[in-house]
Design a binder for this molecule. Sequence first.
Ligand code: AMP
Ligand code: ZN
Length: 476
Amino acid sequence: MILYNSATRKKEEFVPREEGKVKMYTCGPTVYHFAHIGNLRSYIMEDVLEKYLRYIGYDVNRVMNITDVGHLTSDADEGEDKMLKGAKREHKSVMEIAKYYTDAFFADAEALNIKKPDTVVPATSCIDEFIRVISSLMEKGYAYEAGGNIYFDTSKLKKYYIFNDFDEEDLAVGVREGVGADENKKNKADFVLWFTKSKFDSQELKWDSPWGLGYPGWHIECSCISMKNLGEYLDIHCGGIDNAFPHHTNEIAQSEAYLGHEWCKTWFHVHHLNTATGKMSKSKGEFLTVSLLKEKGYDPLVYRLFCLQSHYRKNLMFSWENLDNAASAYDKLVSRTAALSADGEIDKAVFDECRAEFCAALDNDLNTSLALTALSGVFKKKTNGATKLALINDFDRVLGLSLADRAAKVGGEKKGAEDGAGNGTGDDAEILAAIAERAAAKSAKDYATADRIRNELLEKGITLIDTPEGTKYTKG
Ligand code: AMP
Ligand code: ZN
């Protein structure tokens, strides 16, 4: 499989260190609020990556942290502590907030068919490990104490900026916007490993350490949780692109300083979900959640399909119109699946040919939109229903769209509604698919296609009636 590696800025053949096994780490959510659908875009695409690696035969061991402590809104002990902010807002303790939003995160993930990673570790469960690694960094001369806090000394590294093309001299002058000066730091890029003196005296969770009562900086958790659970070498590290700097840059700095060798080979970054007003972000307070999509009547898997329609390394623009187009496409996939009957033997030649097309798409830097084209191609193949259904179910192991499940529901509902209508489920599924296609064309302002579909149906004696509840049809 070819994957883009943000560390080398190249597409590379993905080769894990140990044959057949992949060690994969994912930055988990900061659990002070609901995950927004932007966060979930990252987790959906990472899920597709994990599922595809499994699909092509790798044994994947995936670990994820839960950030339930020490995540300040900026890197310089500025901005509020995010967990504390959530606790204040809801008059709850930090641990209550963490539990509530961790559960909410996994409920959303489940609704989106995102597999829970094999190992999920809350940062607060690993404090001893953080202290151990920070102590070692102190001993090795990579960390220093200043003003009561422990800082990582970035000037000790040969190369600090991994994902950005900054000059090394930027280490001295600092390049990050929005980060105020912290008098304690020797270099602007230095970052906190352990706080004992924070601007936030009200910090609820504190632990004893060799440097006094305090709490960890944000970055140390991912290095420690990864190394503890996956060992000294990591094959692939995932996260949203905003995590590349400073979070992943700092993870690399401290892990490699601690280990004394390269740590993670491939860095997989998912680009942002944006709205017309910019990047969707939790701290802005206004964001869309899976619950809101459900309230508005969308199947969460419509959002999953929406994400799969675009490449993970492109920003994705969210609008309700775009989501409606995905909903039409999803309905079409479901109704086309419902129209198939598992008759006949699986045609191996066709199966292999379609599968090869699907794999070629995903092998090329996880091109999910081409994988969806391969899926659409299955419906058009001149082959029997059994082969088509086998392919749909096979592809769905990676795509996670639950097509067979939703199709069975549609089939069941229609059967009940149409007993005695005499036209059969297959026929109606085709009509529904055409209606969905026409809706998509209309949303895309392609009125010529929309009219063509209407006229084609009319020739078959099917009249479409547009109503406020959607398009209905009469036959004969
Ligand atoms: P957080 O809960 O803020 O720690 O973020 C969880 C994950 O979502 C991280 O991998 C972030 O990089 C990612 N993320 C944050 N905002 C967006 C966005 N608008 N689009 C895609 N991914 C995002
Ligand atoms: Zn992380």
